[in-house]
Write a protein of this length. Structure first.
Length: 579
């Protein structure tokens, strides 16, 4: 038995907006019928007023048509408000979900997240009140007008059908010709924007080494290709827009001429006025199709954005609610973990096993590309393990709800990232700040005096990426953020790479203070100054543990291996997983 695939999140969210679309559809029906008011006014003036020369009739007809105009505009306004409300409802349903999916995708790729999904979501949301959708809602009214034309004369009716088919054929040609270049242009525009964003993030490097001309040349190549594809699509769309208007104009005159011929042949139902009415109705039959062809580029953009969003949400499904877990104590166990970058089959960490008790400090050392940063991401639950488990107090840290775990965990990545806001907000992780805890964290890393000397103290805004602070100051603020609130488990990836001797001492002091409170630390470092406060040591090479155990034993084994270079490599110093 084949079961239908479940509807995507986007389709489900769109279906929930059905009441809005139903109301907008009825408003469209009423508005489309009122569009005929000027034509009816014209016919009545010619038929009644001119023949009767009655001023009262003219006045009443004028009042009626003006009232119809007012009602029509009110209905148009109401329809627009309904569709705007639909777009706001879609935003309320999905904006947070899109941000979460975008954030998850960025985490898995370990790169700076692109804002393109938000642009795609805005395109889909704005399409809900676009001219294309409004015109599509008027198609049923056009079908009613077509039935009326058939009632006047089947010949005129079939002529209107031919015109509608011709317009549909033009729309199909427009779709076939403009969709590929428009999709390619959108993709090139995204690539160009991402390249420009990367350029701005590395402006200092580009300026210092005179790379701007070369970088600009690469960017302009992408930009020109985008403009070429966009111009090609616009030229094609312009051609079909002209063809669409041509069909509409020909059909209006053709129906008028055919109506006159049928009247002369006594084959027109309703008299001579019907040939004018048929011509007007024929124009209204084709009007929605002309609007759709004219605005088809927006429809393609929305469809392309829809596809990308649908794919993103499918790749990052909604996480089921996690069972609340008790606050961790800081007992870490890494159980035969093999892992690599998400989406890659290549393993970076292979068969790693270790354990830490609450209050222990582990120093992780090793050459570049030995898997240390990957280990840090595994330990804080950013990346999943291909096999094995990383557990904190016995619970899988990757599946642990980060909203619950976050306050108990501290993390300082290799690339320090601060956010536009105050010093206090950055240290307090942009939550509700506790001034005493913020000050305690700043004092622990030796930043209190420096922060107090800033123009507004802890309320000083540091600008995008902490632009007003030096590299060492940014690293210390990020370190204060990592230890804010006395977390029970802290992972520091190269925390002293930008620190001077005073910063090194402050780092060691901060670790010692929190260690005394029971905080478990994993410190990845190339500098030996931090080893004085560590209990255990892990040496990594090629993704594996070359040695792990108590610091002094591991260092003694290293010294012994260095003193006997011709001997066999020293065996790794092993320790029980939870020793």
């Amino acid at each position: 038995m084949n079961l239908a695939a479940p509807a995507s999140e986007l389709k489900t969210a769109l279906w929930s907006l059905k009441p809005y679309f139903v109301r907008a559809f009825w408003f469209s029906m009423a508005s489309s019928l009122l569009v005929l008011a000027p034509s009816g006014y014209m016919l009545e003036v010619y038929d009644r007023v001119v023949n009767s020369r009655n001023h009262t009739t003219l006045l009443m007809l004028t009042i009626l048509v003006l009232a119809a105009f007012v009602v029509m505009e009110v209905i148009e306004w109401a329809r627009g408000e309904v569709l705007h409300s639909a777009s706001h409802a879609l935003d309320a349903k999905l904006s947070g979900r899109v941000v979460q999916a975008m954030f998850d995708a960025s985490l898995q790729k370990s790169i700076a997240g692109s804002i393109q999904p938000m642009n795609d979501f805005r395109t889909v949301r704005d399409f809900l009140y676009s001219p294309v959708l409004l015109a599509a809602m008027e198609v049923p009214t056009a079908a009613i007008f077509l039935v009326l034309i058939f009632a006047i004369s089947p010949v005129l009716g079939w002529s209107a059908v031919v015109g509608a088919l011709a317009q549909t054929f033009v729309a199909w040609l427009n779709e076939r010709s403009t969709q590929p270049p428009l999709i390619a242009a959108n993709r090139m525009a995204i690539a160009s924007q991402q390249y420009a964003d990367g350029t701005l993030r590395n402006a200092q490097v580009i300026e210092a080494m005179g790379m701007l001309d070369n970088i600009y040349a690469r960017w302009i190549k992408r930009q020109r290709e985008f403009l070429r594809l966009q111009a090609f699509a616009s030229d094609k769309a312009g051609l079909y827009m002209s063809m669409s208007r041509l069909v509409q104009n020909i059909m209006g005159s053709l129906l008028l001429g055919l109506g006159a011929w049928l009247f002369l042949k006594n084959m027109l139902n309703g008299g001579e006025a019907m040939m004018i009415i048929a011509s007007i109705l024929g124009g209204r039959v084709l009007a929605p199709l002309v609007q759709i062809v004219t605005q088809w580029r927006g429809a393609i953009n929305a469809r392309d954005a829809w596809g990308r969003l649908d794919k993103l949400l499918a790749m990052s499904p909604i996480k089921p609610p996690a069972m609340p877990l008790p606050a961790p104590k800081g007992r870490l166990s890494v159980e035969a973990v093999h892992a690599g970058a998400p989406g890659s089959q290549a393993l970076i960490v292979r068969g790693l096993t270790l354990g830490l008790n609450p209050g222990e400090v582990l120093a992780v050392v090793g050459p570049s590309a030995s898997g240390k940063t990957t280990l840090a991401r595994l330990l804080v639950g950013l990346w999943p393990a291909a096999s094995g488990k990383v557990r904190l107090d016995g619970a899988d840290i990757y599946t642990w709800d980060k909203n619950q775990l976050g306050p108990h965990l501290g993390y300082l990545p290799q690339g320090v990232e601060l956010f536009d806001g105050t010093v206090e907000e950055n240290i307090a992780r942009f939550g509700e700040a506790d001034p005493e805890k913020v000050e305690a964290a700043a004092k622990a890393v030796g930043m209190h005096d420096l922060i107090s000397g800033l123009p507004d103290g802890y309320q000083t805004r540091i600008g995008p990426e902490g632009a007003v602070l030096s590299g060492g100051q940014r690293q210390r603020v990020a370190l204060a953020r990592a230890i804010y609130g006395d977390p029970v488990f802290v992972v520091l990836d190269e925390p002293n790479s930008s620190l001077d001797d005073a910063g090194d001492q402050a780092l060691a002091q901060a670790i010692q203070i929190l260690k005394s409170k029971g905080t478990t630390f994993v410190v990845i470092t190339h500098r030996t100054s931090i080893l004085t406060v560590t209990d255990k040591m892990l040496i990594m090479r090629d993704g594996q543990a070359q040695a792990f155990g108590p610091r002094d034993e591991v260092m003694a084994a290293l010294r012994q291996a260095n003193q006997a270079p011709q001997a066999q490599p020293a065996k790794a110093v092993a320790a029980p997983a939870n020793s």
